[in-house]
Design a protein around this ligand. Sequence first.
Ligand code: CUA
Length: 313
Amino acid sequence: MSGCAGAQSALDPAGEEAAAVYTLFLVMVVGGALIWLAVVGLLVHAGRRRETPWSAEKAGRLIVWGGVAFPVVVLVALLAYAVWLMPAIRPWLARVAPAPETIEVTGEQFWWRIRYPAIDGMAGFETANELRLPVGARTGFSLKAADVIHSFWIPALGGKMDMIPGRTNTLSLEPTRTGLFRAPCAEFCGTSHTLMAFSVVVMEPDDYAAWRRAQAGGNRPGAGEGERLFAYHGCAGCHGVRGVTAPASLGPDLTFFGQRQTVGAGTLANTAENVARFIRDPAAVKPGAKMPAFDMLPQEDIAAIAAYLVGLK
Ligand code: CUA
């Protein structure tokens, strides 16, 4: 029952597509329950009555109507209903207007690369492991994979879509209320599959536009010792901080890292202690992570870098 509500529940929809999936689920459950009750009722009835055996003709009719016609009608009706729902779940099948913005999300072992396009005079930018969306507007997604198959799934907002290497899949979602949601990877992709999630923050359109502008602008340099050590120890070789370091894209972008909910793609709460723990030995937190351990660095340097990252707000 604990799965019925909260930030990662398909039974507590916060988007158009999730609402359609939820309705389909309810129809299936109620329909299935009614049919089950009818069958059990018939069984009880048949067990109680002692009657003369049925003629072959009467039994044949029961099989044709109850065993062939009834399931065919029910299944065709359910199929028709599900197909009718599909345009709401898969908007490329028409009916809804195309999304004004298409965000590119790439699944990597074991994190999410997120690229916002340039639109309406706002520059494009890259971020990671936290998606922000405007409420009441449709957003498109172009979904890719860098290594193995992953699956993009925001249960509260809509259905799943696989991310397949060498292929681009599309999906579009329309959130109907603001809030913070959680999206787990929905396809087994390696040792840390269960530690691969991202946060979704659905915002008011004005807040969203302000957030976008700030993101594209990047962080202001001059944050002190932690920033210097971040470059000195080579962190900036894999992780970019827009406005501060040269672009780097091997690992997750860390611009405005302090705004994110988690460290390690949904693994730990975003605190300086947890960031330091991750830097010291990523594989201890997240088996199979490609980032090497930096436990040879002086503890105070790790602490300074962690404090710097958490302070990027
Ligand atoms: Cu990525 Cu499972």
